[in-house]
Write a protein that binds this ligand. Structure first.
Ligand SMILES: [Zn+2]
Length: 503
């Protein structure tokens, strides 16, 4: 007999509907899965059989063929288990075909027949959300986050079959239950003093400019970076859904609601591998940190400690806003629209200040070379962050709150979007004169910087974009003035100055 049951498989961060077709017929007893199953998927034979026996179902001692349609794409993971089990029961006439018609099944089976949560439940369920979706209890929140309106759960295979036969009740969670989202990001009000660094964060958020913070340990570089996502504009519904899909597919911890609702903050350790940062991998093609940080902030602390090849791989996603990973015949695209914040010590000993620093010139020069090069050029904002002043720490009043700064950021972004159709960091060089025209005094200032050699040709464009953002923050949407350019120059400290004592 023949049966067809709807399920879904994960391709990168996107779910694809799959029809699990099962034929049970004469021939030597056996179980074959065709339709490009991966290793985990092939092993479902053993899990499904064990689940049958554990839950008292008769295993058909006949020839069982499972086809995963459409056959063109590779099917991965264990999420097809339940659909295969239900299809075998139908094909073996232990369950009526009508009972499973309106359903899609997305769950792994344990050897004891229990239903288990699967990785990537949100994108998996999104591919079949027009149906009534059966998941493990642990995946209900993710399934709802994927926009499935009719989600039910079962505890094990026997329970699911009893529900399909109308003999038992599904575990159905009330869709009006409000589960908590992630806690808000830490607030800028916690930062005492540090006016230049605060300004740099505001400008970074408003114009989507990448930031490099250089300073000794204890200067609060990490504390500052963690407060950047809190002043980014709130995620649109589409962005939130995209973030949720990526986080679900990458199998990282999710808030109880199963939803990502705030700009993400990712802070990978400097020992991270290329695959961990960029994505890909040999078995499942998972998104990496750059995709998890999409629509939010990627923070690389101790930039000089990352492997140069890993940093090099960042250039393509920074330029294109997406990551392409390939394996065999498949190339997948993951989102990677992140704001990059990097932090580094000014020199190997960390002190940086002349007199305190114990590094010799060659050690300092070698350190400097580690984070020179093309990546460094991507940072529109480069800032020396000093230790906070004692006065600020002892009796400083709280700084301005993230909510106040975020309001200015939203306004500046609206000005930029209305003028150049996007964020200022993305203004093309050829469009700078159109979108960021300079007052004569501003032009003269830039000329002096170029002539003195303090500013390079490439740096010029970056300074002009930052000055554009600063003008927008001051509600000056037309000409960019001298003071805007002067501030932009201050926010782009020369590397030699940043990296310790060579002033
Ligand atoms: Zn030093």
């Amino acid at each position: 007999m023949f049966a067809s049951v709807r399920s879904t498989t994960l391709l990168g961060v996107v779910g694809r509907a799959v029809d699990v077709e099962v034929h049970v017929g004469v021939g030597l007893p056996g179980f074959t899965i065709v339709g490009q199953p991966d290793e985990v998927c092939r092993e479902s034979r053993d899990r499904v059989r064990a689940a049958f026996l554990s839950r008292g179902f008769a295993w058909p001692n006949r020839r069982i063929t499972v086809n995963l349609a459409p056959s063109g794409e590779r099917k991965g993971g264990a999420g097809l288990d339940l659909a295969i089990a239900v299809a075998v029961l139908i094909a073996d006439e232990q369950l009526s075909p009508e009972s499973a018609k309106q359903f899609a099944f997305v769950a792994e089976l344990g050897l004891d027949g229990s239903l288990r949560s699967v990785v990537g439940a949100a994108p998996l369920v999104a591919a079949v959300r027009d149906r009534r979706v059966v998941v493990a209890a642990g995946n209900v929140a993710a399934a709802r986050a994927a926009g499935a309106s009719d989600v039910v759960a079962a505890s094990d295979l026997a329970h699911a079959v009893a529900c399909l036969r109308g003999q038992d009740e599904w575990i159905s969670s009330n869709s009006s239950d409000v589960l908590p989202d992630a806690a808000p990001h830490p607030d800028l009000a916690d930062v005492r003093g540090q006016p230049a660094a605060r300004l740099a964060l505001e400008v970074a958020a408003a114009g989507s400019h990448h930031v490099l913070l250089v300073g000794p340990p204890g200067a609060g570089k990490s504390m500052l970076a963690r407060r950047l996502p809190g002043i980014l504009p709130p995620l649109s519904d589409d962005e939130a859904l995209s973030c949720t899909m990526v986080h679900s597919a990458a199998h990282v911890a999710m808030p109880p609601s199963g939803r990502i609702t705030r700009p993400p903050f990712r802070s990978p350790h400097h020992s991270i591998s290329m695959v961990g940062l960029i994505g890909g991998g040999t078995s499942a093609m998972r998104p990496g940190e750059v995709s998890l940080a999409s629509e939010g902030v990627l923070f690389l602390d101790e930039l000089g400690e990352f492997a140069p090849s890993v940093l090099d791989a960042l250039r393509q996603p920074i330029e294109e806003g997406v990551v392409r990973v390939s394996r065999a015949r498949t190339t997948l695209t993951f989102p990677a629209r992140f704001l990059l914040v990097a932090a580094a010590n000014p020199c190997p000993c960390g002190a940086g200040t002349p007199g305190v620093c114990v590094c010799d010139d060659s050690a300092r020069a070698k350190y400097l070379r580690r984070f020179s090069g093309p990546l460094l050029d991507r940072f529109d904002l480069r800032l020396a962050v000093g230790l906070p002043r004692v006065d600020d720490l002892v009796d400083g009043r709280p700084g301005e709150s993230s909510a106040l700064v975020a309001a200015r950021v939203v306004q500046a972004r609206a000005i930029a979007a209305a003028r150049n159709g996007g964020v200022n960091a993305n203004i093309a060089v050829d469009d700078l004169d159109t979108y960021a025209p300079l007052e004569p005094a501003a032009r003269a200032l830039l000329r002096r910087e170029l002539e003195s050699g303090r500013l390079s040709g490439r740096g010029l464009h970056r300074v002009r974009r930052v000055a554009r953002t600063i003008a927008d923050l001051h509600d000056a949407p037309d000409l960019v003035g001298e003071s805007h350019v002067a501030t932009a120059l201050q926010l782009r400290t020369a590397l030699s100055t940043l990296a310790g004592g060579a002033r």
